[in-house]
Design a protein around this ligand. Structure first.
Ligand SMILES: Nc1ncnc2c1ncn2[C@@H]1O[C@H](COP(=O)(O)OP(=O)(O)OP(=O)(O)O)[C@@H](O)[C@H]1O
Ligand SMILES: [Mg+2]
Length: 386
């Protein structure tokens, strides 16, 4: 994407966090209210709301083109919103220049300045804010200790590994203690093991220093392991904002259930609704599940069941309610894929279901007919609106 108002910080910052109002001290560190971005007739982001509390690590997660970078760039001041307002530490920042905003940035493509030493790179945001020379030196030393690279101060970026360069970019994003640090896929260019290591390092440092972070990734595992809350995005909208476990176990939409982890999907007709419990007819089976949105008897619905929630009872083919949620099926394939074993099951209505279980020495391939069972708690029912 291109930046409409991209500019490098060049003037002393206008942030005076010492004089923050009482509201700023108790309110959210970042507040996005009714913010949208339209390019011609197309929305890159529809009207969205989001709040980050002090010390929170929130991740924007979603498929390519869902609007993650657009939202981050508007908070950074590098893209102008079409509508809405942005508050940073209790102040309206919507019309502030990037260098006036109390944010730190770490982007995959936001490379270090190659002609500056590590020390000069890290010092850059402090110098832009007019910090005294002595203070700059102290802060750079301190942050180099924090990222465990105290001896590279006088090196140039080209003399560092990719992982070390990203650590320096991390140091530069936090050295001036901004209200919010914005990170857009900062680890995407690193190999898997270094990425996993850096994920832990960023999270640890963020928790130790109590930094507020808005992080972007399209890697669900990264989002699940690092975040206090995940803001799931889809087609220029915020789909759901929740803690990782809540998003995993109680997704509010079919998209959320399908995007995070794996889900089996069954189609059915709602038979009856009792509070948050729905009974659903699927072929010859009557199944019970948790209703995740509004649905009425007679309506079409979808049932989502995680592969790890499925149990197989070998040698029997039940479809009666006496056995709880029970679907007769035949084993189509069984693979021991290391720690997890995977079974493909074909139901009588022709649906292919995946079931996973932890591999043990006694794990054996079930053969022939089985009864597929799962609890009502693990069966999510989505009406047509989800
Ligand atoms: N300058 C621009 N002009 C026109 N359309 C744009 C511009 N910038 C972004 N878009 C469109 O806005 C939508 C959202 O883009 P955005 O870069 O925010 O997605 P993203 O979620 O960050 O995706 P990715 O995971 O691929 O980085 C896309 O459809 C994109 O093509
Ligand atoms: Mg992006």
């Amino acid at each position: 994407m291109s930046f409409e108002t991209a500019s490098i910080p060049r003037v002393e910052g206008a942030n005076a966090s010492a004089s923050a109002s009482a509201a700023a001290l108790t309110g959210p560190k970042l507040r996005v209210s009714g913010v949208s971005k339209r390019y011609g007739d197309v929305y890159a982001l529809k009207e969205s709301d989001l709040e980050l509390r002090q010390g929170e690590f929130v991740t924007l997660l979603g498929p390519s083109g869902s609007g993650k970078t657009t939202l981050l760039m508007m908070i950074a001041g590098l893209v102008k919103p079409t509508s809405g307002d942005i508050w940073i530490d209790g102040r309206v920042a919507t019309h502030q220049q990037p260098y006036e905003r109390d944010v730190g940035m770490m982007f995959q493509s936001y490379a270090l300045f190659p002609h500056m030493t590590v020390g000069e790179n890290i010092a850059f945001p402090l110098k832009m804010k007019g910090a005294l020379k002595e203070r700059v030196r102290e802060a750079v030393d301190e942050v180099l200790e924090q990222i465990k690279l105290p001896s590279v101060r006088n090196r140039f970026p080209a003399e560092l590994s990719g992982g070390q360069q990203q650590r320096i970019a991390l140091a530069r994003s936090i050295v001036h203690r901004p209200s919010v640090v914005l990170m857009d896929e900062p680890l995407a260019a690193l190999d898997k093991s270094l990425r996993t290591h850096m994920q832990m390092e960023i999270r640890q440092l963020q928790q130790e220093l109590g930094i507020t972070v808005l992080y972007v990734t399209h890697d669900q595992e990264e989002a699940m392991t690092m975040s206090d809350r995940i803001c799931l995005m889809n087609e220029a909208r915020i789909e759901q904002v929740a803690a990782p476990s809540e998003l995993y176990f109680s997704p509010r939409t079919v998209f959320a259930a399908g995007f995070l982890g794996e889900s089996n999907c069954l189609h059915g007709i709602v038979e009856s609704v009792d509070g948050t419990t729905a009974r659903v007819r699927h072929g010859g089976c009557l199944l019970e599940g948790r209703l995740m949105n509004a649905a009425k008897a007679g309506e079409a619905c979808r049932l989502m069941v995680r592969p790890e929630a499925i149990r197989m009872v070998a040698g029997q083919r039940h479809a009666d309610q006496a056995h709880g949620n029970a679907i007769p099926a035949d084993v189509a394939a069984h693979v021991i894929g290391g720690a997890v074993s995977r079974t493909s099951l074909r139901t009588d209505s022709g649906v292919l279901l995946a079931a996973t279980q932890l591999t043990t020495r006694s794990t054996a391939a079930p053969a022939g007919g089985v009864t597929v069972t799962f609890s009502a708690q693990d069966c999510l029912v989505f009406g047509a609106g989800a």
